[in-house]
Each structure stands twice: as structure tokens, then as C-alpha cells.
Design a protein around this ligand. Sequence first.
Ligand SMILES: Nc1ncnc2c1ncn2[C@@H]1O[C@H](COP(=O)(O)OP(=O)(O)O)[C@@H](O)[C@H]1O
Ligand SMILES: [Mg+2]
Length: 308
Amino acid sequence: MNIVILSKGPGNISTKRLVEEARKRGHDVRIINYTNCEARIEQSNPVVIYEGEVIKGVDAIIPRIASSYTRYGSAIVRQFEMQGVFTTASSIAIVRSRDKLRATQLLARAGIGIPKTVFSRGRLTTEEIDRLVEELGGPPVVIKLARGTHGRGVVLAETRKAARSVLQGFYLMEEEGTNILLQEYIEEAAGADIRAYVVGSQVIASMKRQSINLEEEFRSNIHQGGEGAAVKLTDEEEKVAIKAARAMGLNICGVDMMRSERGPLVLEVNSSPGSAIEDVTGRNVAEKVIEYVEHNAKARRRKDRVGA
Ligand SMILES: Nc1ncnc2c1ncn2[C@@H]1O[C@H](COP(=O)(O)OP(=O)(O)O)[C@@H](O)[C@H]1O
Ligand SMILES: [Mg+2]
């Protein structure tokens, strides 16, 4: 098969792993930096041009779109979709997953547990902020930028006073169109969250990420110094992960959840999960992704031939 990985970092380890496994399985694989792609849009002929070359004959794409390029990257994914090319993540699902507000709404609608969350217009008065904090059961509360990633833009406000000043600071950014969420703090998770790597209708690897020192840092992101360890999920956690993937419309994704007193609560669903989980769990995740592409891209082509 002709597989294209859309990635702006050819040196990125997750991208390299996919290339390695695709080659091992006999595929032609190419990395295309989507930030250097153009989309030519004309009647009945959606074309992607990469550094002056028209990209043709692609069987499948694996998008690895950076969060700072969500809009542009998803537009390039959409251009491939319009050509009928199989993608491991649809453009719409990528966009959904990048907005914590939108994602939280979709997950809640599907009946998936999420931390209690409130969202309101910005520029609230002190009294209004206090009321929101109360609605969440009082401080501490977690305040999040809807488009943050790697733990950046996620703040723990331990007092009302802190909640007010953090929100006021964030409101400056809201003017640029970034939504802000307030969430109950899941204390019993004790600075840990679970990453479940979903491929199709299965969890193929799972790890627990723990913040290095809860006194210093409540976020468990690897980018914030968090440490990963393999973990076995409960049946309920597995079910929730698969349900969350489905609710987001992502066949390949990383579902992040917290272990709470009332069961697993999903924080977010990542549309380009990294390969760090391979080192932690010893599972060959990249191979599973390529296998998924083989089964599904082919099935689709067969269907196309019979005119379905
Ligand atoms: N409601 C919460 N209660 C406790 N910890 C949280 C909560 N929300 C987020 N965290 C911690 O902060 C980290 C980053 O939050 P997350 O929503 O996943 O944002 P990001 O997209 O930046 O990773 C999580 O991995 C978790 O450790
Ligand atoms: Mg996260």
C-alpha cells in the first residue's frame, strides 16, 4: 500500500516508529509535511500539492497534526478525504478532539463520565466567579484553556482568590477566541491519570502517568515530568475508553481518564497519540496501527469497486 504520514516532524519518534513498522510490512511509506502542502480546489478535483508535486495514488493517510496547526492540518486531511483516501483520523474528529469544551460536551452526551465541568462567558465579576467555584463544590478547582495541550493551560486554583486571578488572566486570551473551562478537582486520583491506546474496538496498550511529586505538580503529563508505568485496566475502564473513542469518532486514539470514587472520568481523547507508551508497556503499538490501516483501507477499496 501507499501510505502517507502527515507530520511536520520527520525526526519525531512516533512518526519514525510508524515508518519503520510500515516498511517492515512491505508498504511504501512517505512522510509529508502538511504545513508545506497546498490544497488546490477545483470542480470535482481536490488535489494536494506538496513542494510543487501533485500527490497521487495514496491508499491511506495517517495524520499526526500538531495542535498549533489544527486548522491547517485538518484542512489538508479533508482534502485527502474528498479524494476518498482512507484516513486513520477524520478531519472532523481531529478538530473535535482539539477543543476540550466540544470534546467534553460530546463525551457527556454519550453518557461517559467526565469531571464536573462548567463553561460560561468570560469577563465574569468576582461574585460570578465565586458562584461557579461553588457550583463545583468549592476550591480547589481546575481551570483549563480549551485549546491547551501537554498540560500547558491547565491550572490548579487552590483558593477562591487564586481562581479569580487565574480566570482574569485567562480572559485576556479569551478575546482571541479561546474558551475556558472550570472543573472539579479529582483529588482521589492523586496526580495520576490513565492513557488507554485504542485501535478499532480494542485497547491495545495502557499506562498510568503519575506526577513526579504531587506537592509540586498536580499534572501527570510526561511533558510536565510525569512518569509512565504499564497498568492493567479494569473492564469498566476498557469499556469507557472504547466508548469515548466512538463518541469522538476516532478509530485510533489515546483516551485519558482519571480514576475517581465514582469510576473512570475521561479528561480528553488524543487524535495523534504518541509512541512513548511503547517504551513503557513494551507493546508494539505502531504495528497495530499499520495492521489497522491494512484491514480497513483495503476493505474500503474493495467496497468502492463493487460500487457501495
Ligand atoms: N479535573 C482534574 N482533576 C485533577 N487533575 C486534573 C484534572 N484535569 C486535569 N488534571 C491533570 O492535568 C493534566 C492535564 O490536563 P488535560 O485536561 O489532560 O490537558 P492537556 O491537554 O494539556 O494534557 C492531566 O493529565 C491531569 O494529570
Ligand atoms: Mg492531557
